[in-house]
Structures are given as structure tokens and as C-alpha cells.
Design a protein around this ligand. Structure first.
Ligand code: PRT
Ligand code: MG
Length: 221
């Protein structure tokens, strides 16, 4: 009796990462059968019976791949950096796909003089989801900070007096502008990387490698 092998599982988040991965899948001749924006399905079939896609929160992608619940995935450098603070074993990061690009920035209210505050050695309150990146950025600058962890809507924090500054992702800058905030410093340039479960690369390398190579080529990496 032969058992059908488990399909290869790719973990993606819906939204920009899913959208920007579609052309890479297309380059590999893969069509996705459902649209995560309209379907409630979390496991999406593809035109290849041996490949399926799971839809998880962006911050959960490394966790699924690390534990082998997904063989590979795509996650932002922002997410990977915070994830690596607590766990990193079992994850291989072969390629920068150059998708979902943005900047991680320090931003403040338009009328807050950040550079003067830094010069004066003031202790700053920073609200962010990116605690590790923020802590290292200010430590490197020698700026004393208290970091307040938030899970979203960081832009609100300086407006209601929760923080002097935020560390958040900026792409068009429209969100900052709409909230009368300005970016005053770059922390990092962000793009999304392919991540692969190390054990899967050993046991299913023959199936995985052609896909990884096509993704890398299609992304220009
Ligand atoms: O939205 P959700 O809370 O479910 O999760 P998420 O925000 O972690 O995921 P998602 O899908 O929004 O983002 C996935 C990945 O895309 C991130 O981990 C980044 O690597 C990357 N990326 C690229 C961005 C942006 N650009 C971006 N602009 N992620 C978030 N944003 C947000 C930003 O936080 C801010 O609130 O968009 C807003 C600013 O956008 P602009 O265009 O107004 O500057
Ligand atoms: Mg988001």
C-alpha cells in the first residue's frame, strides 16, 4: 500500500505579502485556487496537488516554519528580527525576495523636536511593536529610552501622550501624515525573506529547491 505524501506547505500572511508572492508563484507555474481576501479558508489549494498554502498572521509565519508545520514561508525582516530574539533554531533564510519593502523609522509629532531632545540627553518614551529593533537602535545611539510594547496603531501613542516617539514601519508615509507625525530617523530597511525549515530542506530538498530557486530568480535575488 502506498500512502500519498503530504503536500509541501508554504506559510504566507494575507495582504501585501500574499499579493507580492503571487507573481513568484506564477513564475513557478503555480496558480492559487482561492483568494484569502474573500475566502475564509486558511488552507488554500494550488494548481499543484503537491503544494498548498496556509494563511497565518505575519508574526506567526516564522513559528509555523520553525516547527515544521510549514516547510517554507515568507516573512518581513522586521518580523524575523523580533522572532530571533526568542527563538531562531531550525530556520534557514536563504533569499531576500525584495518584496513588501518599507522602512522601520522613528517618528514623532510634527511639533516635537526629537533631535534637540536627543542632544539634551532626555529620557524618551518609545511605543513600538518592534521592541528588539528599537532597543538596539537607541542603545547604539546612546539614547536612554523606556520602551512600551504595543500590538498595533502605534501612530496613536504620541498623539495621546503615551509616548514621545514610535518605531514603526513606513511605506508611503500617508499614515504618518494623516496623524500629524513625521519620520525623524531610519532604523532599518525592510523587505521580505524566504524562510525554510531546516529539516524539510534535508528530507524534501528535491521538491523544495526548484521552487526556492524559481522564487529567487523571479524576485531578481
Ligand atoms: O496587519 P496585521 O496586524 O494582521 O499584521 P502586520 O501588520 O504584521 O502584517 P501586514 O500584512 O500588514 O504586513 C506584513 C509585512 O509587510 C510586515 O511584516 C512588513 O515586513 C511588510 N510591510 C511593508 C509593511 C508595510 N510595508 C507597512 N506599511 N507592514 C506594515 N505596514 C503598515 C505600517 O505598520 C503602518 O501602520 O502600514 C502603515 C504605514 O503605511 P504607509 O504606506 O501609510 O506609510
Ligand atoms: Mg498591518
Amino acid at each position: 500500500m502506498t500512502s500519498t505524501p503530504q503536500p509541501l506547505t508554504l506559510a504566507l500572511s494575507k495582504g501585501r505579502i500574499f499579493e507580492e508572492t503571487l507573481p513568484l508563484l506564477e513564475a513557478a507555474g503555480v496558480e492559487v485556487k482561492d483568494d484569502p481576501e474573500t475566502s475564509r479558508k486558511l488552507i488554500l489549494d494550488t494548481s499543484r496537488p503537491d503544494l498548498r498554502i496556509i494563511i497565518v498572521r505575519a508574526t506567526d509565519v516564522p513559528t509555523y516554519v520553525q516547527y515544521g508545520a510549514a516547510d517554507f514561508g515568507i516573512a518581513g525582516r522586521d518580523v524575523l528580527y523580533e522572532h530571533a530574539d526568542t527563538h531562531s533554531r531550525g530556520l534557514y533564510q536563504p533569499v531576500d525576495l525584495n518584496i513588501a519593502r518599507c522602512r522601520l523609522c522613528v517618528a514623532v509629532r510634527e511639533n516635537f523636536d526629537y533631535h534637540a531632545a536627543v542632544r539634551q540627553g532626555s529620557r524618551l518614551r518609545i511605543a513600538t511593536k518592534y521592541v528588539r529593533a528599537a532597543r538596539e537602535h537607541f542603545a547604539q545611539k546612546g539614547v536612554h529610552v523606556d520602551i512600551i510594547k504595543l500590538y498595533g496603531s502605534m501612530e496613536l501613542a504620541p498623539l495621546v501622550g503615551l509616548a514621545d516617539a514610535i518605531v514603526d514601519l513606513v511605506s508611503t508615509g500617508n499614515t504618518l501624515k494623516a496623524n500629524n507625525l513625521v519620520a525623524v530617523e531610519d532604523v532599518a530597511h525592510i523587505s521580505s525573506r524566504l524562510i525554510v525549515n531546516q529539516a524539510a530542506l534535508k528530507t524534501r530538498g528535491a521538491e523544495l529547491r526548484p521552487l526556492l530557486n524559481t522564487f529567487a530568480q523571479a524576485s531578481g535575488a
